[in-house]
Design a protein around this ligand. Structure first.
Ligand code: AMP
Ligand code: GLY
Length: 425
């Protein structure tokens, strides 16, 4: 098969690596990919947002399967457009991607189908929203309704901070149409975990749980990022909790969407808050693989991912199972100096050749590109360095020993990825 991966991050490099392992994959393209994917696939200069050109490329090149990484093209209907042309595509259609693309729609589904979640109200104007914040008090969480590149959520510790976020959204229109309404919800305390499943609209096939680390500094301090590191399998999600998540969250969502007339095919990703009694609540559903979760989950998968993609599309997931390596993966992100605020690009990355020879270590590129035969930085999150081992501590050591061999000007990374897991091991 000729397969194309849409996207350019660490998630897409991990997907490309896993697809490349499949006996079904004869030729692999990445649109647009990064320096890492260029070693295992042919990069094509087409943006992940350019639906028209992606469809044209897929048609012109008789692509057999398109795998979509990021949420924006899914929410804009890329899969619908590809299917219209008779091209198989992995990912939900536009109507199903709304589970991520509209927070108020997601909340409506949670409430209607009894999926445990924080108490909330929707607002479409500033004055009513401010009155609600004043009534409820802080801490409180303000969420712009639409896709806002991960920047639309404010976890406000004071009423003034919440009202500042509402000003940004309603008065300054910081997120454009994505901020035409907001969800304001109760502040939840606990540990976050990510739980991803494949869904063919009827049946689900779970992946192993992971824990992302969103804040930029150690100890979960500082502003949120796209994710500074992750580990899988996350031991906080034991067998009981896993069953509860599957039944009360994933199955209810898929069945609920079906009752709404929406067939959900693709990856459904639950962002959960787990409290000290191990009771989970849903913070959000995403309509895609997680980034950086995918970089830790896929190296542990011992099954052919292309077969799973095809079963998801064909509605035959019931007959499938996923085999997992009996090991842990710890993945640490190397970020550009200044990230998540402004940062410079074009810094030469050193040490990558030395780490290629290491066993049980993967380096998935995110913001990188080739420049005169050198690999240079091209984004905020630059590399994901993954260590794999049966022993969690050794997996963590492999990731950190490897990242120390890599360098670029301004590089920074969190030194505590994985530490949270020890209390459950
Ligand atoms: P979301 O995009 O809805 O997952 O929100 C982004 C991040 O904001 C989450 O990963 C949490 O860290 C935080 N967050 C969202 N909702 C809440 C909540 N109700 N209580 C506490 N933190 C939250
Ligand atoms: N890990 C966060 C995300 O993929 O949205």
């Amino acid at each position: 098969m000729e397969i194309a991966v849409v996207g350019s991050g660490g998630r897409e490099h991990a997907l490309a690596y896993k697809i490349n392992e499949s006996a079904l994959c004869e030729k692999l393209f990445c649109l647009p990919g990064n320096a890492g994917t260029s070693k295992i696939a042919e990069n094509i200069e087409i943006s992940a947002e350019d639906i028209e050109r992606i469809v044209k490329f897929s048609k012109d090149n008789s692509i057999d399967l398109v795998v979509v990484g990021p949420e924006n093209p899914l929410a804009e209907g890329l899969v619908d457009e590809l299917e219209k042309e008779g091209i198989k595509a992995f990912g939900p259609k536009k109507a199903a991607a709304k589970i991520e693309a509209s927070k108020s729609f997601a909340k409506y589904i949670f409430k209607k189908y009894s999926i445990p979640t924080a108490e909330f109200e929707n607002f479409d104007n500033y004055d009513d929203a401010v009155e609600y914040v004043r009534k409820k008090g802080a801490p409180i969480v303000v969420k712009a309704d639409g896709l806002a590149a991960g920047k639309g959520v404010t976890v406000a510790q004071t009423e003034d901070e919440a009202i500042g976020a509402l000003k940004d959204i309603f008065l300054d229109k910081r997120f454009g149409d994505a901020g035409s309404s907001v969800v304001i919800e109760e502040y939840l305390v606990g540990e976050e975990a990510s739980f991803l499943v494949f869904s063919d609209g009827k049946d689900i096939l779970p992946m192993i749980a992971a824990q992302d680390h969103k804040p930029v500094y150690e100890g979960d301090k500082g502003p949120n990022t796209g994710g500074m590191g992750v580990y899988a399998k996350a031991p906080i999600v034991d067998k009981n909790l896993e069953n509860e998540i599957i039944e009360n969250f994933m199955e209810r969502a898929i069945e609920g969407l079906k009752k709404e007339g929406i067939e959900y095919k693709g990856v459904l990703y639950a962002g959960l808050m787990i409290d000290e009694n191990k009771d989970p609540s849903i913070l959000e559903f995403n309509c895609r693989f997680g980034d950086p979760e995918t970089q830790a989950i896929l190296p542990l998968m011992d099954s052919d991912i292309v077969e799973i993609f095809l079963s998801t599309i064909d509605g035959t997931l019931k007959s499938k199972e996923i085999k997992w390596k009996d090991a842990y993966a710890v993945s640490v992100v190397a970020a550009s100096g200044g990230y998540p605020s402004s940062y410079e690009k074009g810094k030469v990355i050193e040490g990558l050749e030395d780490v290629e020879k290491l066993e049980d270590v993967y380096v998935f590129h995110a913001g990188t590109k080739m420049c005169n035969d050198k690999i240079v930085t091209n984004g905020g999150r630059v590399l994901n360095v993954v260590g794999i081992d049966k022993d969690f501590k050794k997996a963590q050591e492999k990731a950190y020993n490897t990242i120390k061999m890599i360098n670029f000007e301004g590089m920074h990374y969190r030194k505590d990825i994985g530490n949270k897991a020890y209390k459950y091991l």
